[in-house]
Each structure stands twice: as C-alpha cells, then as structure tokens.
Design a protein around this ligand. Structure first.
Ligand code: PGA
Length: 264
C-alpha cells in the first residue's frame, strides 16, 4: 500500500511511567518548557504520573508539549476506590489519556473489555486515547503477531465509529521490545504498522486507504534509532519511555520527529 501525502503532524509521545518523583517530573517539565528547539510541527505530549499531572500541566501551559494521563477508570464516577475518573482528567484540562499499556494489561488486569470501555469513555469526553497494542515474545515466535493485534484492535474499537477512531493514536508497542537495548527494528515495525493500517482500513467503510489513522511505534526508541524509525512510511511517530527522561535525548528525538517529513 502506498502512502499519500496526508496532512497529519508527526507525533512524539513521552511516557514517564513511574520513573520520576513529583519534584523530578516538575524539574524535567520546567526544562522542557524552556527548550528553544520545540515547535508546533510536532504533535507532542508527556504522560506524567497522576499526582503531578496538574502541576506539569501548569508548567507546560504555554508550551507546544501537551500533557496526558497514563490511565483512567472505565467507569464515569462512583464507588471505585483508588481509581481516577475521566472527569478529573477533563477538569484538569488534559487532552490525552494512555489506555492499555502492556504493563497495565499484564500487571494490573486491564482486559479487552475494560480497555474498550476506557476508549469509549475517553472519546465521549473528548480525550484523545493513546491505545497501546502489541504482541509478546511467545506470540512473535509463534508468528501470531497479526492475530494478536487484530484481537487487540477489534475489541478496543467495538462500538467506536469512524470519526472517533480517527482521533485515536494507535501505539504499536511490541512487548518484547519495551525496556530493551534495541527497538523492534525499523523495517519490522513498518511492516506491522502497514498491517495495522490495512486492518483499520478494512474495519471502516468510510476509509479510503487507512492513511488517516495515526499509528506510532514504541519500544526502546532512542536518540540513536529514532531517525531510522521515522523514515518509515507507515510510522507516524514515536512513543518513548526511558529516552524521554533526559533532556538531551528528548530534544534530539523531538528534532528528528519535527524533520521527519523530509526523511520519508
Ligand atoms: P521504553 O518504553 O522506551 O523505555 O522501552 C516504551 C513504552 O513502554 O512505551
């Protein structure tokens, strides 16, 4: 499938997981806010931990970098001790929410059903879901990657119409490539992105060629491999964990993403 020129900004997402304390997250946000290389040719966001979301959002209020949450409850409100509601995220003025990261699926019982509910709740409340999908090593070895992705995507999108699906950022994050030394490899990732694009295209009659869907790659993205990844025609952006915690690599990756249209 050939890509058309589609007016879509390249994406740079930063997932800070539970790496930083609140004061460290504020420090990093303050440094990012002062960066002179950031520009609005990139759709960018950072995802700090819940307790510091409001503060980071204030620090970055005039910055091109947006702020989002790493999770939210699948219910709107009520007796759900320890959960954070979509209403709180919206009241804070956030734009994004990450849904279904593999760490949440494997360690905190996110299921296909709860992920689908979160995706719909986020969209109903005008939050952009960053929907994480990806196969583990066993599935990869057994060549079940496409099967796993199809299941992840079909279940997450159950009841989600075309207009809403176009809002979602699909983050392909092969579990075996997260937290490693190497990414999944640019060519491998591009082929999987192509599969995801074709699948999305086939799910929605309105779609012409799947080009309108936003698909980013995550899993050991670094300042060293971001360019190779961003060169790939089907990779619309990167989702970065550890390498987003250091301002030097943050800025380098941002620059590569902002110049990526010239690479393709
Ligand atoms: P990593 O994390 O960049 O540290 O591998 C990626 C992710 O889990 O999104």
């Amino acid at each position: 499938m050939e890509r058309n020129d589609f007016m879509k900004k390249p994406i740079f997402g930063a997932g800070w997981k539970m790496y930083l304390s609140d004061s460290e997250a504020c420090q990093l946000a303050t440094i990012i806010n002062k960066s002179t290389i950031l520009n609005d040719s990139v759709e960018s966001y950072v995802l700090p931990t819940f307790t510091v979301l409001d503060r980071v959002n204030n620090i970055l209020s005039d910055c091109v970098v947006n702020v989002g949450a790493q999770n939210m409850c699948y219910e709107h409100s009520g007796a759900f001790t320890g959960e954070v509601s979509v209403r709180s995220l919206v009241e804070m003025g956030l734009k994004y929410v990450e849904i279904g990261h593999s760490e949440r699926r494997s360690l905190f019982n996110d299921t296909h059903v709860s992920i689908n509910r979160k995706v719909k709740l986020a969209l109903e409340n005008k939050l952009i879901p960053i929907l994480c999908i990806g196969e583990d090593l066993n599935d990869k070895i057994a060549m079940r990657t496409n099967e796993v992705l199809e299941m992840d995507i079909r279940t997450a999108l159950f009841g989600v119409d075309y207009e809403a699906a176009k809002e979602i950022i699909f983050a392909y994050e092969p579990i075996w490539a997260i937290g490693q030394q190497e990414s999944a490899g640019a060519e491998y990732a591009n082929n999987v992105h192509m599969f995801i694009r074709q699948l999305l295209n086939s799910l929605y009659d309105e779609s012409q060629n799947g080009d309108e869907f936003k698909i980013v790659y995550g899993g050991s993205v670094t300042a060293g491999n971001a360019e190779q990844l961003m060169k790939q025609p089907h990779i619309d952006g990167v989702f970065v964990g550890r390498s987003s915690l250091d301002i030097e690599s943050y800025e380098t990756i941002f620059r590569i993403v902002s110049e990526s249209q010239d690479l393709k």
